[in-house]
Design a protein around this ligand. Structure first.
Ligand SMILES: [Zn+2]
Length: 193
């Protein structure tokens, strides 16, 4: 029998949910030899009226949220020749999200062709990006003035970089100058300006 505790439980694919006599298999579930199992990672929803058990997938809900976002905030976690991995942490500047992985390809930085992704972003940078489509990992673009690096970290010493012109930043600690694709978007008023 379904107890109150079972409703809304977090389940993994293959978790037993009920017999087919108790509840029919609904969204995010499958049945095997008269038993219903979870097909996705999510929360259980036992529909008492229709006698159907569903698993509301995290990914499905989440992809909808991400797809609807006008902008996403993420941290660059790794870079190679033409691709950067992004750890997405917020949407539309205000809503914090369950971290999700995104990718930024060098063709999605600006109109002109970029030789290396490190001319635009580096590990530890915080970027403002836009989702391109609902896929896993989420493909991102930073084309457009309001998209790009919000906070840059020095690849030499990890210090905070300050903007010196549209494409360059300088480390406030060691003086290193590096390239970035900067965003003109400001979340908070800069200290002292
Ligand atoms: Zn530095």
């Amino acid at each position: 029998m379904v107890t109150q505790l079972d409703q809304g439980n977090i389940v993994l694919p293959g978790t037993y949910l009920s017999t087919i006599e108790e509840f029919m298999p609904g969204d995010g579930t499958y049945d095997k030899q008269g038993l219903v199992y979870a097909g996705v990672v999510g929360r259980t929803f036992y529909d008492m009226i229709n006698r159907k058990v569903n698993v509301i997938g995290f990914k499905k809900n989440y992809m909808q949220t991400l797809k609807k976002a006008k902008s996403l905030i993420g941290v660059i976690t790794s870079v190679d020749e033409d691709m950067a991995q992004v750890y997405i942490i917020a949407a539309d500047e205000t809503r914090f999200l369950r971290p999700f992985s995104g990718v930024l390809h060098s063709s999605q930085v600006s109109q002109k062709r970029l030789e290396q992704i490190t001319l635009a972003v580096r590990i530890g940078d915080i970027i403002r990006a836009r989702p391109l489509s609902a896929a896993v990992p989420l493909p991102l673009t930073i084309k457009g003035k309001e998209f790009g690096v919000l906070v840059a970290h020095c690849s030499q010493c990890g210090g905070i970089m300050k903007k010196i012109d549209d494409e360059h930043v300088k480390c406030s600690r060691c003086g290193q100058v590096e390239n970035r694709k900067l965003s003109n978007f400001t979340m908070v008023k800069k200290h002292g300006s």
